[in-house]
Design a binder for this molecule. Structure first.
Ligand SMILES: [Zn+2]
Length: 480
């Protein structure tokens, strides 16, 4: 049965009658003072907070003290944001190592050898990275830090138009990720209603709860969104366009910035608005403002008061200036953070920044996530990211389904050509027409990506759909 939207409409009307409740207007901010703060004013605020934070880190963490020692400097030597470059980077491997050492030495992961600066009795929440590669690393938060995360999430959701009276379904992994409890608390913080059903229960359970709770918004990965569009008619007898979803929040993968994907998701969900966002469990946060699915200018960096953002070259690890169009690996430093503040933490995402002003008046720069730095492949000297391959393949939907795997003999980044791509043709395509389809795709890859992959054609449904983060790279010998 199609979802009856009348109940939600009644609720919206009730909200609009209440003059104290602001309406969802483009440009409206949860925290206008910060979100539209002049750039020089923000830089001053960052520097003041940075100086305090570095003193705090130095005083409370052996690990950070050692980092200063390695560079032969003290916190007071950092007199500008640029001086930050003098402090050595912290890597994910560093965090894993000190976490393990702490568990061994102290019986818990908050030892003085780690980045945890607050006493253990002040830590009230742990979140974790997704751990798609290796052991997850923990984010440690005090009550103050949890309040900061709630504030940052509220800025993101308010920007998209989420208001009290909106029911929002979380179809991301609830298991220790930003898409679980921190997201639920952020939804509640703006006064909206969270339905934390999670993705672990499977597709049918997500669809059951959409019927039961009639959400107007869904948070999930772009891949799972496409999967819902595919599966919804089979499970419910109706297309996903009848589910009543008006906001689709993409997370967990860079696909929310992929125009082809945005269009497919919007169309599949009956004209839903597509919002992309990232961060959500610590001090780095970004989200798109209102934009049609056919365009994508990137996410606003909306947490400048709690985080300094830097770029480095993924190869040399040297600083890259934040000029319009600059590309680099994201490095973050937490400000006004008590639990486990990041200090020049190399985050792993490759981003491209844009400094052009935005209609919404927010002053935070915009950025697009290009890929995980670890995902980069090099084919005959050409740097290539799985996300770019996905973008190229999606142009050929519906002749292809959009599902694919990059098949490698051994882990990248160096690939012995040709790059092999297992690709699904749609059930509506006759096998005889595959050669001509392949010719078109090969031409596009050569022109747009400067590579000539070898395509391995498989039938629709041959490549298993992943509910969490989709892994596009398959090392030969694993199950496909
Ligand atoms: Zn904007």
């Amino acid at each position: 049965m199609p979802i009856d939207r009348r109940k939600n409409k009644r609720r919206d009307l009730r909200i609009r009658k209440n003059k104290e409740q602001p309406l969802a207007n483009k440009g409206e901010c949860w925290n206008a003072k910060i979100e539209t703060m002049a750039k020089n004013e923000m830089a001053n605020l960052q520097l003041a907070r940075l100086k305090k934070q570095l003193q705090y880190n130095y005083k409370n963490s052996f690990f950070y003290r050692k980092k200063f020692g390695e560079a032969g400097i003290k916190p007071e030597d950092i007199r500008s944001i640029n001086d930050l470059q003098e402090i050595p980077l912290t890597t994910k491997d560093d965090l894993r190592k000190i976490q393990e050492e702490s568990i061994e030495k102290f019986g818990h992961p908050f030892g003085p050898n780690t980045i945890t600066c607050a006493p253990i009795e002040k830590i009230i929440r742990l979140s974790a990275t997704s751990g798609t590669t290796g052991t997850p690393t923990l984010y440690t938060l005090t009550k103050h830090d949890v309040d900061v995360v709630n504030e940052l999430n509220a800025r993101r959701f308010w920007m998209a138009g989420i208001r009290p009276g909106h029911v929002i379904l979380q179809a991301l992994s609830l298991s220790m990720f930003a898409g679980g409890l921190p997201l639920s608390q952020g939804i509640m913080h703006v006064g909206a209603c969270a339905v934390p059903v999670g993705i672990e229960g499977g597709t049918k359970r997500v669809l059951d709860f959409i019927r039961l709770t009639a959400p107007v918004a869904i948070f999930t990965t772009p891949s799972f969104g496409l999967y819902l569009i595919e599966e919804c008619p089979r499970i419910t007898g109706n297309p996903a366009s009848k589910l009543g979803i008006e906001w689709f929040f993409t997370a967990g993968e860079p696909g929310g910035g992929n125009i082809e994907l945005r269009k497919m998701l919007s169309q599949g969900f009956g004209g839903a608005k597509i919002f992309d966002h990232t961060g959500g469990a610590h001090s780095f946060a970004g989200a798109t403002c209102d934009e049609p699915p056919e365009s994508y200018s990137g996410m606003h960096f909306i947490s400048g008061d709690y985080c300094v953002l830097e770029l480095i070259s993924p190869e040399t690890k040297k600083h890259v200036d934040l000029t319009d169009g600059a590309i680099g690996e994201l490095v973050i430093t937490s400000l006004d953070w008590e639990g486990g503040p990041f200090m020049r933490y190399a985050y792993g995402d490759m981003i491209q920044v844009s400094t052009a002003p935005c209609d919404c008046k927010r002053t935070g720069l915009k950025f697009k996530i290009i890929a995980r730095a670890d995902d980069m492949l090099i084919v005959k000297g050409v740097n290539i990211y799985p996300e770019a391959i996905r973008r190229a393949i999606l142009r050929f939907c519906p002749e292809v389904t959009g599902s694919f795997k990059i098949v490698l003999d051994k882990p990248g980044p160096l690939v012995t050509p040709p790059l092999r791509i297992r690709i699904e043709y749609s059930s509506r395509v006759d096998e005889k027409s595959i050669p001509s389809l392949e010719e078109k795709i090969e031409k596009h890859f050569k022109e747009q990506l400067r590579i000539s992959p070898k395509f391995i054609w498989v039938r629709e449904g041959s490549i298993p759909r992943e509910m969490k983060k989709t892994k596009f790279i398959q090392i030969e010998g694993n199950n496909l």
